[in-house]
Design a protein around this ligand. Structure first.
Ligand code: PLP
Length: 394
């Protein structure tokens, strides 16, 4: 049985070129980048080269890139760092209802510690209305955090507009760009953001490494105290092999962006077209055009998403129900609820996410297997009506 990986939003395979560049830093070039001798300087040089590569991918200066342990830490650092640095009486944060839990649960923690948070709703396509952000601003607002694109449905938020609103009101703007960096073009000035979160393993880099872009002049307090690494903002000896791998992954993404985007979008669009043609009673979630090119989120009436995931897994196709982090809990998607998907359809939702390794052949095999699996699971219940609810690219 051939296996087909269609869960690139959960994680991606490590780019072999990234691994190749990392290996010497796990072996002979093991120095601590803070050391003054040749071993240390060698590690430091590699780390600084990686910093430049990360910065180049998002239009930042290398001095504005701070390495972290991943997307989760970057989100925590942005939100708590800005909150703890707030020396005045400001205590209000604006975010959205569909953020990743790395943002939502950090907001909950801050709410438990005297901060107040407004969770703006999204429309049926998963988009935040910049006007609702504007209306939520109070004299106490110091931070707006809206994700660049959603990890479940792929909708791309109007970050430039929201960033401009933030700037005009003297409020910091953070965006979780974990799903968009390396996938669609990003420029921190054009997006008008002060902080931006990056994760290595979502962009063919290693796991356990990420970065936070912090615009020069942004006041932020460290979460970890220690030996003055990363400008004293993220203390602890750096993960040099991870950093080297992240840098290489970012460099590889720069040259590849639009070609790969178009290729994946074609695969995704064909999948959605075929699903709409061949399977009744489905709904495709997310915005028709303002959506990441490689994500397809579909709700199937009269079946359970996690059962379909298991069924496809038996056939060698790896997809997820909702997002990866919540795969084994009884959680129902806050994202799908926020865009108004009815509860029975939320339970019947799976996400396909394409990536570098996927081919046309993968797509055709997946469609055939999916049609069979859905028919088998629905049994006779699919005979009553054949309404097809489709949104998006079908
Ligand atoms: C995966 C993900 C994260 C968490 O990143 P890790 O590196 O796994 O900690 C944060 N935000 C979004 C949108 C993600 O998809």
């Amino acid at each position: 049985m051939r296996s087909i990986y269609l869960d690139h939003c959960a994680t991606t395979p490590l780019d072999p070129k990234a691994l190749e560049e990392m290996l010497p830093y796990t072996k002979e070039h093991f120095g601590n980048p803070s050391s003054a001798h040749a071993f240390g300087r060698r590690a430091k040089t590699a780390m600084e080269q990686a910093r430049v590569r990360v910065a180049n991918l998002i239009g930042a200066d290398h001095t504005e890139i701070f390495f972290t342990s991943g997307g989760t830490e970057s989100d925590n650092m942005a939100l708590m760092g800005a909150a703890y640095a707030e020396q005045t009486s400001k205590n209000h944060i604006i975010t959205s209802a569909i953020e990743h839990h790395a943002v939502l649960n950090t907001c909950k923690h801050l709410e438990n510690n005297g901060f107040s948070v407004t969770y703006v709703p999204v429309d049926a396509d998963g988009l935040v209305d910049p006007d609702s952000i504007k209306k939520s601003i109070t004299p106490k607002t110091f931070l707006i955090s809206i994700m660049h694109a959603n990890n479940e449905i792929g909708s791309i938020e109007p970050i430039s507009e929201i960033g401009l609103i933030a700037r005009q009101n003297g409020i910091y703007m953070h965006t979780d760009a974990v799903q968009t960096v390396g996938k669609i073009p990003i420029d921190v000035d054009q997006l008008c953001v002060d902080m931006l979160s990056i994760s290595g393993h979502k962009i063919y880099g290693p796991k356990g490494i990420g970065a936070l872009y912090i615009r020069k002049g942004t006041r932020i307090a460290p979460l970890l105290y220690g030996g003055h690494q990363e400008g004293n903002l993220r203390n602890g000896t750096e993960n040099v092999p991870g950093i080297v791998g992240l840098g290489k992954a970012c460099e590889a993404a720069v040259g590849n962006l639009s070609l790969e985007t178009n290729r994946l979008q074609k695969l995704r669009d064909e999948l959605e077209k075929k699903i709409a043609q061949e399977i009744p009673n489905i709904r495709i979630n997310g915005h028709a055009t303002l959506r990441l090119p490689h994500i397809c989120n579909v709700s199937f009436q009269s079946l359970l998403g996690d059962v379909l995931v298991r069924e496809l897994d038996k056939m060698g196709v790896a997809v997820s129900a909702g997002s990866a982090c919540t795969a084994s809990s009884t959680y129902t998607s806050h994202v799908l609820a926020a865009i108004g998907v009815p509860p029975d359809l939320i339970k019947g939702t799976i996400r396909f996410s394409f990536g570098k390794g996927n081919t046309q052949e993968d797509l055709h095999d997946t469609i055939n297997l999916l049609v069979d699996a859905v028919a088998a699971l629905r049994g006779s219940t699919n005979l009553d009506n054949h309404n097809t609810y489709t949104k998006g690219c079908c």
